[in-house]
Design a protein around this ligand. Structure first.
Ligand code: GLA
Length: 739
C-alpha cells in the first residue's frame, strides 16, 4: 500500500519506490507537513519535530501556554492568511463580514485506489497505469467552521513512478458568498533544508533558460501575469541541495499543470525554513463562491530524486510521456513534416505550395504543414485572424482541394490555426467587436496587430468549435498547429458582472481547455501541436491536450541547444517541437552546418522548416540521409531515457538517449566554441549496464558499459563552424580484450 494512516499518531505516510511523504494532524488540529524526501523504510519522521518559543510568533488561543506552538513556525500542508502564519499563504478569502482570517483544522480523510480526475482541468491520468493498485488517492478534508469553508486536499500517489500529485478543492459550506483572493494548489515546508532554487526563465525566442540561485531569507517569486504560462517564467521549479549536480544529490521538482497566470513563491523564513507555494497567480484574481459552490485548483506534479537533476528529469519525462500526453501519439512513430512558415511566410499560392510539396516528397518528408496565411484576408499579420475560411483567391477550392492534392502526392496534411485571437481588420471583429477582451471605455493594448477573444464566453467557444470542426471535416487533415501569439491584457469580459471580473483570467484558461477537450474528443486521430509564438505556453496543462509543443520560434541550432536543454529539465524529448531550418538562420543570421541542424532537431519531434527549392544537390542527399537516420533512431529518441551529459552548452553540449532495456545508446555532441589545437573531449556516458558490451556503429569498436561510463568515450578533434556528431552504440555480444 502506498498510502497508510496511523490512527494513534495521526500520521499519514505516502510512499513511492524511492521517496516518502509524511504529514500529520497535530494536537491543535493543524495539518502539519512532516517529511518529504528519500524513502526512510517506514520510519515515523515525527522525531525531527522541534519547537521553541520564538518572539513575535504568536500561539493559537487554546494553546497559549504552549508558547512553542505557533502557526508561524510549524511546517504546514496548506497555509492560510490572518491567523499567525506570516509566511506566504496558500489560501486567502474574504467573508461577507469582511473578515480575512482563516484557520483550517483537520476534519477527516479518505483513501481510494486509482487516481482522482479533475473536471474541466488537465490532470495526470491514472487509468493507463498497468497495475492500477500502484496508484492511490488520499483526500484530506480541512475545515474552518467559522468561515464555513472546507478544503479538500487530494494526493495522487504513483508509487512506481516516484510521483505525487496535489490539488485543493475549496468548498463554501456557509450560507453566504465568500470571495477567494488567493487559491494556490499547494504549499510545502522544508524546516531543515538548505536549497538552491532552479527556475526556467526567458523571453520570446529564448525560452526556459535555467537560473540557479541560493535561497536567502527573502521570498523569490516566479510568475506570469500574461494570461499564459509564458516564455518568461515556466511553471516548473526545482529545489535542490546546493551541492546537487546532474547526477548526484537531492532534488525536488514542482510542476504546475496550468497554462495561465501562475505564481511560485519560494521563501526562506526567520529560522531558515523553506516554503514553496504554487498555483494560480493571485494578482488580479478573485473568485466569488456562492453557498454550496466549490473552486478547484489546478494540479501540481511533485517528484523527488536523490540521483541529481538527471534523475529528477527522468521522473518527470516518464510521467508526462506516459500519463499526461495522449499515448496514442507519444508512443507511435510520427511523420517527418515540412512546415511552410520559414519556407514562404505569407507569400504563397496553390502552385507554390504544391511545388514545395513535390520537393518534400523527393526528400522523403511525410507530411506537409501549411502555416499562417491561408484564411480570410490574411496576407500579412495585420488582418484576417478570426475568419477561419480559406482564402480562395490564393487557394482555389480551399483546403479541401489543396489537401486532396497533397494527399495524392503521398503526403499527409496539416494546418495552422490561432483560434483564441482576432484582428480588428476581420469580418469576425466587425460583426462581434464585443467578443474581444477590452475594458469599458478604454482602448485595448494591441500586440502583433491582434486582440484576444473572450474565451470565457460560450458563444465565442461555440463559434470556434464550429469553425475548427468544419475545417477538420471538410479537408483531409492529420495535424493541427494551435498557436497563441500575444500576451493577454485588458482582462475584462462583458460576459461577467463587475464583482466577477477577477475571474476572467482563470475562466479564459478554462474556456481554452474546454474547447481543446471538445476538439480532441470529436477528432481523436488528429495530432494537435501546441504553440504560442514558439514556447510561450509550454506547460503540462497544454500537454494534456497537445502531446507536442513548438519549442521556440528560434530555430537557430546553437540557440536551440540552450532552449531544448533548459526545457529538458522538466519535459521529455517527444514533447519538443523541433525543425531543421535554413542557414543562415532567419532569427539570428548565424550560419551552421546542415548536419548540426539535423542533430539538434533530432532532440525533439524532428521536421523541416525551410524552402527545399534553395537546397543544393548535396544538401538534398544529406536530408534524405537525416530522415533515414531519424526513422532508424526514432524509437530510441522518443522512448529512451534522456540524460544531459555536459554541464552546460559551452564549449560542448552533449546529451544521450538510452533504450529502456539499456542495450542501445545514442550520444549527440555539438561544439559551440571551437578552439585551435584544442584538448580532446571525453564524454562520460550514463545509465548503461556496466557489464554489457556496446558496439560503436561507425567504427565497429566494442566497449563495456563500465568503460563508457567511468572512462568515457574520446571524440576526434572537430573542425569548422559549430560541428556536431552522433555516436550510436548498439548491443554487442562480444567483449574487448581484458588486461
Ligand atoms: C508564431 C509561430 C510560428 C508561426 C507564426 C505564424 O510565431 O510560433 O511558428 O506559426 O506564428 O504567424
Amino acid at each position: 500500500m502506498s498510502i497508510r494512516f496511523d490512527k494513534e499518531s495521526q500520521l499519514f505516510v505516502l510512499e513511492t519506490r524511492n521517496s516518502c511523504y509524511q504529514l500529520r494532524v497535530d494536537e491543535t488540529g493543524l495539518l502539519r507537513h512532516v517529511y518529504y524526501g528519500k524513502g526512510v523504510g517506514g520510519t515515523d519522521m515525527r522525531y525531527r519535530e522541534k519547537s521553541s518559543d520564538r518572539g513575535f510568533s504568536g500561539n493559537p488561543y487554546d494553546f497559549q501556554n504552549n508558547r512553542g506552538c505557533s502557526a508561524d513556525t510549524m511546517p504546514q500542508e496548506y497555509s492560510t492568511f490572518g491567523t499567525g502564519d506570516y509566511r506566504p499563504s496558500a489560501l486567502e478569502a474574504v467573508l461577507e463580514n469582511g473578515s480575512r482570517s482563516l484557520e483550517l483544522t483537520y476534519a477527516g480523510y479518505q483513501v481510494e485506489s486509482g487516481k482522482y480526475t479533475l473536471a474541466g482541468l488537465p490532470y495526470v491520468r491514472g487509468a493507463q497505469q498497468a497495475a492500477a493498485n500502484t496508484v492511490q488517492t488520499l483526500t484530506i478534508e480541512l475545515r474552518d467552521e467559522i468561515a464555513g469553508i472546507s478544503v479538500f486536499l487530494s494526493y495522487g500517489v504513483f508509487a512506481e513512478k516516484d510521483i505525487i500529485t496535489r490539488t485543493a478543492r475549496i468548498c463554501n459550506r456557509s450560507g453566504k458568498t465568500i470571495r477567494l483572493e488567493k487559491a494556490a494548489s499547494m504549499c510545502i515546508d522544508f524546516p531543515y533544508a538548505s536549497f538552491d532554487l532552479i527556475h526556467f526563465s526567458g523571453r520570446h525566442c529564448m525560452e526556459r533558460i535555467p537560473e540557479r540561485r541560493e535561497l536567502t531569507r527573502s521570498t523569490v517569486t516566479v510568475e506570469s501575469k500574461r494570461g499564459m504560462s509564458s516564455h518568461h517564467a515556466n511553471p516548473f521549479v526545482i529545489l535542490c541541495d546546493p551541492a546537487a549536480t546532474e547526477d548526484h544529490g537531492d532534488c525536488y521538482g514542482f510542476m504546475l499543470m496550468y497554462s495561465g497566470n501562475h505564481k511560485e513563491e519560494v521563501s526562506r523564513d526567520q529560522v531558515g525554513s523553506i516554503r514553496l507555494v504554487s498555483g494560480i497567480h493571485d494578482e488580479g484574481f478573485c473568485w466569488l463562491l456562492a453557498p454550496g459552490e466549490a473552486f478547484q485548483t489546478p494540479e501540481v506534479i511533485l517528484s523527488y530524486s536523490s540521483d541529481g537533476l538527471n534523475g529528477l528529469s527522468g521522473n518527470f519525462h516518464r510521467i508526462l510521456r506516459e500519463n499526461v500526453c495522449d499515448t496514442r501519439f507519444a508512443d507511435r512513430s510520427l511523420p517527418v513534416l515540412l512546415n511552410s512558415w520559414e519556407a514562404c511566410y505569407f507569400d504563397f499560392d496553390t502552385d507554390k505550395l504544391l511545388k514545395l510539396a513535390d520537393e518534400a516528397v523527393a526528400l522523403g518528408v511525410e507530411m506537409f504543414v501549411l502555416d499562417d496565411g491561408w484564411f480570410g484576408s490574411r496576407t500579412s499579420d495585420h488582418s484576417g485572424l478570426g475568419d477561419w475560411f480559406a482564402n480562395e483567391d490564393r487557394l482555389p477550392g480551399g483546403l479541401k482541394v489543396l489537401s486532396e492534392k497533397i494527399h495524392e502526392k503521398g503526403l499527409q496534411f496539416g494546418v495552422w490555426i490561432e483560434p483564441e485571437m482576432v484582428n480588428e481588420d476581420s469580418d469576425l471583429y466587425r460583426a462581434h467587436p464585443d467578443w474581444a477582451l477590452c475594458d469599458p471605455g478604454r482602448k485595448p493594448v494591441i500586440a502583433r496587430s491582434q486582440l484576444v477573444l473572450d474565451m470565457t464566453r460560450g458563444d465565442v467557444r461555440e463559434y470556434l468549435f464550429d469553425c475548427i470542426s468544419r475545417i477538420l471535416k471538410d479537408a483531409q487533415i492529420e495535424y493541427v498547429k494551435w498557436d497563441f501569439n500575444r500576451s493577454v491584457s485588458n482582462m475584462w469580459s462583458g460576459n461577467l458582472p463587475a464583482d466577477r471580473q477577477g475571474e476572467v483570467a482563470h475562466r479564459f484558461v478554462l474556456g481554452v481547455y474546454e474547447l481543446l477537450g471538445r476538439i480532441r474528443e470529436a477528432f481523436p486521430e488528429i495530432l494537435i501541436e501546441g504553440c504560442a509564438g514558439g514556447g510561450g505556453r509550454f506547460d503540462a496543462g497544454m500537454l494534456f491536450y497537445c502531446p507536442q509543443i513548438w519549442c521556440s520560434d528560434n530555430t537557430d541550432p546553437v540557440a536551440r541547444l540552450s532552449i531544448q536543454r533548459g526545457t529538458s529539465y522538466g519535459y521529455p524529448v517527444c514533447t519538443m517541437g523541433s525543425h531543421v531550418s535554413a542557414s543562415p538562420n532567419h532569427q539570428t543570421g548565424r550560419a551552421t552546418p546542415l548536419a548540426t541542424r539535423g542533430i539538434v532537431a533530432m532532440a525533439g519531434t524532428f521536421g523541416y522548416e525551410l524552402d527545399p527549392n534553395r537546397l543544393t544537390g548535396e544538401e538534398r542527399r544529406q536530408i534524405r540521409e537525416q530522415i533515414d537516420t531519424y526513422h532508424r533512431l526514432e524509437r530510441l529518441i522518443r522512448g529512451g531515457t534522456y540524460y544531459r551529459l555536459s554541464q552546460d552548452v559551452h564549449p560542448y553540449c552533449s546529451w544521450e538517449c538510452v533504450s529502456q532495456d539499456r542495450s542501445e545508446v545514442l550520444v549527440s555532441v555539438v561544439c559551440t566554441a571551437l578552439e585551435a589545437n584544442a584538448a580532446f573531449y571525453c564524454v562520460k556516458l550514463r545509465g548503461l549496464d556496466p557489464d554489457r558490451f556496446y558496439r560503436e556503429e561507425r567504427s565497429g569498436e566494442v566497449f563495456s558499459g563500465a568503460a563508457l561510463m567511468y572512462g568515457g568515450y574520446v571524440l576526434d578533434t572537430m573542425h569548422g563552424d559549430f560541428p556536431g556528431c552522433q555516436i550510436h552504440f548498439t548491443p554487442c555480444a562480444g567483449g574487448i580484450a581484458q588486461v
